[in-house]
Design a protein around this ligand. Structure first.
Ligand code: WQD
Length: 346
């Protein structure tokens, strides 16, 4: 009985697969490598010493995806595959709706067809949109403010409707806050294509000399230093949350949303200064205008995940910075660019 991990070659996926294999699960990784590289799969094997099947395919390829269910005995699915750049989703909404929603519907249809009804879904704190008060709890009304966030919100609603139609399903909706950091081995980590959208990979690229300085998007927010506040969570803590959610969905039925955050917010400047302190590197920055679509303050109330999943984030900002830096130092150009023709089903 295997756990199917869609998007398992990606940043969150590779860390989640390391935790799954280390915990003793048999896994199958499915990825179209549109925003990840095959090299990460080899690193997963190096870290864990474990092997697994890999299917190089896209969720939109229904026949290929059906073959995965025919060829394997799948016990549960951890669904991470999806496009996730907020700015890009504003420029290409149809691409995001087709890729994220149609792909998910095809996956869920095949899960139902083959009687696989245990699901952990990668959602996002973006579904909360702009809220009056923090910390954010799962009871808040949801209102995404961009097409990417709306795909996550719509998929959550689709899953709630699936459960209403068949209450044998067991679904955990994991709302990630801001995943950062890397596995302590320095072997896997965040490998953004081109100029990083997110703060921490941009910081590490400035630290290694690849970028000149950080553009800080606004210092006129209603925060102690005027810069945005976020709930940065170590990606290894986030991955551990998936294992706990998997245990929950395999031992119950129903649909539940969980915030995966630390419950503590750090400002942009606090993250920059923490990184300087941990690494001894100077991180030059320049205050510029706000980034359209950004919110001022976002951090989690994760007590529901603590109570129901027996999960809590353990790693602090120092470890987030030191592990990010080790990954950047070991992999100045991220994963090697693989020769796509070499990809085979293992
Ligand atoms: C964090 C803070 C920026 C870059 C996004 C997605 C979210 C999730 C995580 C998918 C903000 C500031 C950033 C920079 C800056 N992804 N910043 N200069 O926007 O909170 O969340 O990534 O699920 O859906 O929206 O993360 O790292 O881009 O920004 O000042 O070069 O850093 O304004 O305050 P964000 P981020």
């Amino acid at each position: 009985m295997a756990i199917l991990v869609t998007g398992g070659a990606g940043y969150i996926g590779s860390h989640t697969c390391v935790e799954l294999l280390t915990t003793g699960y048999e896994i199958i990784i499915l990825d179209n490598l549109s925003n990840s590289k095959k090299a990460s799969l080899d690193r997963i094997k190096e870290i864990t010493g474990k092997d697994f099947k890999f299917y190089y395919l896209d969720l939109l390829d229904r026949d290929a995806l059906q073959s995965v269910f025919i060829e394997n005995h799948i016990e549960a699915v951890i669904h991470l595959a999806g496009l996730k750049a907020v700015g890009e989703s504003v420029e290409m909404p149809l691409h995001y709706y087709h890729n994220n929603i149609t792909g998910s519907v095809i996956l869920f249809e095949l899960m139902e067809k083959f009687g696989v009804r245990n699901l952990v879904f990668s959602s996002s704190a973006t579904v909360y949109g702009t809220q009056e008060h923090v910390p954010l709890t799962e009871k808040l009304p949801l209102a995404a403010t961009n097409p990417y966030g709306r795909t996550k919100l719509m998929i959550e609603e689709i899953l709630r409707d699936i459960y209403v139609s068949n209450n044998k399903w067991s679904i955990a909706l994991l709302r990630y806050f801001n995943p950062v950091g890397a596995h302590p081995s320095g072997q896997i980590g965040e490998d953004p294509n081109g100029i990083p959208n997110n703060l921490v990979p941009y910081i590490t690229q400035v630290a290694i000399g690849k970028r000149k300085e950080i553009n800080v998007f606004g210092n006129d927010y209603d925060t102690h230093d005027g810069t945005g506040i976020r709930d940065f969570i170590h990606v290894v803590d986030l991955a551990a949350g998936h294992i706990k959610a998997l245990e929950k969905v395999m031992s119950s039925v129903g649909v539940s949303a969980y915030n995966l955050g630390t419950g503590k917010g750090y400002s942009v400047l606090e993250m920059i200064h923490a990184f300087e302190k941990v690494t001894g590197k100077n991180i030059p920055y320049k205050i510029i205008d706000r980034r359209p679509g950004d919110i001022g303050i976002s951090y989690a109330d994760s007590t529901k995940a603590q109570k129901e999943l027996d999960w809590v984030a353990k790693k602090g900002i120092e470890e987030m910075c030191s592990d990010s830096w080790r990954w950047q130092l070991n992999n100045p150009n991220g994963y090697e660019v693989e020769n796509k023709k070499q990809i085979v089903v293992l």
